[in-house]
Write a protein that binds this ligand. Structure first.
Ligand SMILES: [Fe+2]
Ligand SMILES: [Fe+2]
Length: 158
């Protein structure tokens, strides 16, 4: 606080943390059987996650290319995982809609079934975020100047 820290793309880890918190809020609403709230929080999560992914793909990936071939970090790996996450989210949205269609509160086992489906998604996100923190963001730090980082982070909404 107060001191000027050198700009780093690791600042985006804060975005990941906010997103994880939002997903957890969705799961809490689901566990409480509040389908409308679970749906609203999932929609908010999807919107924010999509914005973050778009910033990574449209603003950061072209810069990442400067690094050439990065071991364990080809660009397609990150973007492929983004597609996979969005597919998961579409399925959760459909499941929630199915549960809401019955018009009655969800049975506990229906809630458990959806939470079970969401578990591998959380694993994927955790793995993806870790790889960005260990490979993508440090590499971006390496191939950019300080002024550039400030500007790029601003455009990424960090
Ligand atoms: Fe990402
Ligand atoms: Fe990210």
């Amino acid at each position: 606080m107060g001191t000027t820290e050198p700009p780093t793309f690791l600042k985006l880890v804060g975005v990941h943390e906010r997103l994880s918190e939002l997903f957890l809020l969705h799961q809490e609403a689901l566990l409480a059987g509040d389908l409308a709230l679970a749906k609203a929080r999932l929609a908010e999560y999807e919107l924010d996650l999509s914005a973050h992914m778009r910033a990574e793909e449209e603003i950061l990936m072209p810069i990442y290319e400067r690094a050439g071939e990065v071991p364990r970090g080809p660009a397609e790996l990150f973007t492929g995982e983004h597609r996979k996450m969005l597919r998961f989210l579409r399925r959760f949205r459909d499941r929630l809609a199915e549960l809401a269609r019955s018009g009655r509160p969800p049975a506990t086992r229906e809630v458990i079934a959806l939470l079970d489906e969401e578990a591998p998604f959380k694993g994927l996100v955790e793995h993806h975020d870790l790889r960005e923190r260990l490979i993508l963001y440090p590499t971006l730090d390496r191939v950019t100047s300080e002024e550039e980082r400030v500007e790029l982070l601003r455009r990424c909404g960090a």
